[in-house]
Write a protein that binds this ligand. Structure first.
Ligand code: IMP
Ligand code: MG
Length: 184
């Protein structure tokens, strides 16, 4: 495995900026859902770091569940077709559901997942995305809570991977694709 510094373009969002923004999102969510219980659904794997920090800053009764999807594109470009590879454990009917996602890029993933979840009749369904790449949007999706808008660059760290690596980094960095060679 290569060290990321060889192909680091720049650190786009520092650990401190991430933590401050996520605390702010948690406070806003706490206010908006006060008096309710909230069911957080995290999309694996990229959303995991964000979920664990976000849920610590939400101060109302909260439950969590996970789902996984795979898109039929290559690793850096998703297509319109998204397949559910891990379904939820719990029923979401009549519950206030907040979908927690790492990044909205083309929008296809969130759009498919929202369609899928709506068929199960939640009481409410909203989206919280850490990152948003508006320039790449191909399908309109509602983002109720958004951490940061970022430029059209491929990013890694804080849950997001490049060929499955670097999810463990505590910041968000962009990759210099000219200097990047996949490991292995
Ligand atoms: P969309 O369906 O095009 O909106 O893509 C969403 C998914 O693609 C995200 O959940 C990520 O897994 C992945 N993705 C999109 N952009 C990036 C990126 O810059 N770095 C890492 N993963 C990304
Ligand atoms: Mg990915």
């Amino acid at each position: 495995m290569q060290d990321y510094e060889e192909y680091l373009d720049e650190i786009l969002i520092s650990e401190q900026d991430l933590q401050e923004r996520i605390a702010g999102l948690g406070a806003q969510i706490t206010e908006d859902y006060r008096g309710h219980k909230l069911h957080l659904i995290c999309i694996l794997r990229g959303g995991v770091m964000f979920l664990t920090d976000l849920m610590r800053s939400i101060k109302i009764p909260t439950t969590i569940d996970f789902m996984a999807v795979s898109s039929y594109g290559n690793n850096r470009q998703s297509t319109g077709q998204v397949r559910i590879t891990l379904d939820l454990k719990d029923n979401i009917q009549d519950r206030d559901v907040l979908l927690v996602e790492d990044i909205v890029d083309s929008g296809y993933t969130i759009a498919s997942v929202l369609d899928f979840l709506q068929t199960r009749h939640p009481k409410s369904l909203k989206v919280c995305a850490l990152l948003n790449k508006p320039e790449r949007r191909e399908v309109e999706v509602p983002i109720d809570y958004c951490g940061f808008d970022i430029p059209n660059k491929f990013v890694f760290g804080y849950g997001l991977d490049i060929d499955e690596y670097h999810r463990n980094l505590p910041f968000i960095a962009s990759v210099d694709l000219e200097r990047y060679k996949p490991a292995g």
